[in-house]
Design a binder for this molecule. Structure first.
Ligand SMILES: Cc1cc2nc3c(=O)[nH]c(=O)nc-3n(C[C@H](O)[C@H](O)[C@H](O)COP(=O)(O)OP(=O)(O)OC[C@H]3O[C@@H](n4cnc5c(N)ncnc54)[C@H](O)[C@@H]3O)c2cc1C
Length: 422
């Protein structure tokens, strides 16, 4: 891809051509993950749209004047004007193609894309999920010289990367920001030589054949598969939840608490996550109302004591949310008093939902033996009910789901596989 500077940028844009501009940085894992996707797309669509990249730090003034705050950021231009949505963070191939369709046209994009020959890659081990469990398995396998590929639908790091502070991971005297801890884990595994395929669409998984297809194009055939897909936040499944998700309703305090400086928020839940995250949100918000279905919290004693001592946090016990609505900038939360069955409405600036997690198994749950809560059953070596398929971390049936237990699982599976095929 051609590298340009700020003055060349002005020239190219004013020429009126179709242009895709990648504002990138060095030492930027999402930029590294994006680069091969852009190169592949330039080969396909280079005749229709110019692909250029600009080093963001070296062209700071231009980047700031365009309001670019993170790397990578993709901008699209047509006829000298910026068009389409800006893309940033862990950018998927499918997202770029979606935007290209607006510029080049759906039919042309589909006809060019259909000419692409699918590829097949053969590896020893394919790991689905690059959270602590998958990254640790990748590290051990790589150090045992086993050809391993790590596949993730997002950027590496898993749930740790969205945890504000981790204070119980051994080896660090002070609490570590979750995104830094996951960055260290990811870089350690990557530097060893493990291949990363991240921010991809996992379009098909055949556990019996040990095949994983990504972006509908590339099939990875493996001798062993490790499932390390972790968990996602449970949804309340009440009216308004999906409608206002990301527009007033959040499932991630680390990502969104900063938008609620001096504002009021409602937190739904009463377990460890809800109480610890409410404490974090209180650094920003002026008032937090915790809505919990039971008459006492489920969080550990230390977290509870901290929350009760926090003057910004109030509690509404034995209430459940029934619907979310919006009035202007305000979120309205209809809550039912579980004792009197009466409903009242809380008016707030934002809502955070922390009501537990569910295993990420949509692509293959019918094939595997699961426990009564839907988590994958494994043996001591982390083998599942399918020969050659292992599972590690939070997605598995276990009592305690922590970073340390996920990395322990990753270690065990990797050593067991090394003994089999190493
Ligand atoms: C808010 C919060 C705070 C926490 N705080 C702590 C703490 O302080 N200390 C602690 O020890 N633990 C904490 N935990 C728990 C800890 O984060 C988890 O135990 C740990 O991250 C589990 O690691 P994992 O690798 O099993 O899964 P995850 O971290 O969930 O990673 C799974 C990965 O799989 C990917 N994935 C999902 N579906 C697919 C698919 N179909 N194909 C490919 N990839 C896929 C995801 O994108 C993700 O990157 C916290 C959890 C949360 C939610």
């Amino acid at each position: 891809m051609k590298e340009i500077n700020a003055s060349e940028f002005e020239q190219i844009i004013s020429s009126g051509e179709n242009v895709l501009v990648d504002f990138y940085s060095t030492e930027c894992p999402p930029c590294e993950a994006l680069a091969p996707k852009l190169e592949g797309l330039e080969k396909l669509f280079g005749e229709e749209i110019k692909f250029v990249k600009i080093f963001r730090q070296g062209n700071r003034e231009l980047a700031e004047s365009l309001g670019i705050k993170s790397s990578p950021t993709l901008l699209f231009y047509q006829g000298g004007e910026e068009v389409c949505a800006r893309l940033n963070g862990g950018i998927k191939r499918s997202e770029i193609i979606r935007e290209l369709k607006h510029i080049i046209g759906k039919e042309k994009v589909n006809s060019i894309s259909s000419a692409v020959e699918p590829t097949v890659t053969q590896v020893d081990v394919a790991i689905l999920g690059a959270g602590p469990g998958g990254l640790t398995a990748g590290l051990y396998l790589c150090q045992a010289k086993i050809n391993t590929v790590l596949v993730d639908i997002a950027l590496p790091g898993g749930n740790v990367s969205t945890t504000h502070m981790v204070s119980n991971y051994p080896g660090f005297i002070d609490p570590q920001p979750g995104y830094m801890l996951s960055h260290y884990m990811s870089e350690q595994t990557k530097r060893c030589g493990t291949t990363y395929k991240v921010a991809v669409d996992v379009t098909h998984v055949d556990l019996d054949k040990k095949e994983i297809t990504i972006d509908g194009l590339e099939t990875i055939k493996a001798k062993r598969i490790i499932i390390a897909t972790g968990t996602s936040p449970n949804k309340l499944h009440i009216p308004g939840e999906m409608e206002y998700k990301g527009q007033g309703i959040s499932y991630c305090a680390t990502c969104d608490a900063k938008y609620f400086v001096d504002k009021e928020v409602v937190v739904i839940g009463g377990g460890n996550s809800a109480i610890e995250e409410a404490d974090f949100i209180s650094k920003f918000a002026s008032k937090i109302t915790i809505v919990h279905q039971f008459d006492k919290l489920q969080a550990n004693k230390m977290a509870q004591e901290k929350a009760f001592a926090n003057p910004k946090i109030k509690f509404l016990f034995e209430h459940e949310p029934r619907a979310f609505r919006k009035e202007g900038d305000k979120m309205l939360v209809d809550v039912e008093d579980l004792k009197t069955k009466e409903t009242k409405t809380l008016t707030t600036d934002g809502v955070f939902v922390f009501i537990g997690l569910k295993p990420n198994l949509e692509l293959f749950k019918d094939k595997l033996k699961l426990d009564q809560w839907g988590y994958i059953v494994t043996d001591e070596d982390k083998k599942t009910s399918i020969d050659g398929v292992y599972a590690v971390g939070d997605v598995t049936s276990k009592k305690y789901r922590q970073i340390t237990t996920a990395i322990a699982d990753g270690t065990i599976a990797a050593i067991a596989i090394t003994k089999e095929i190493g």
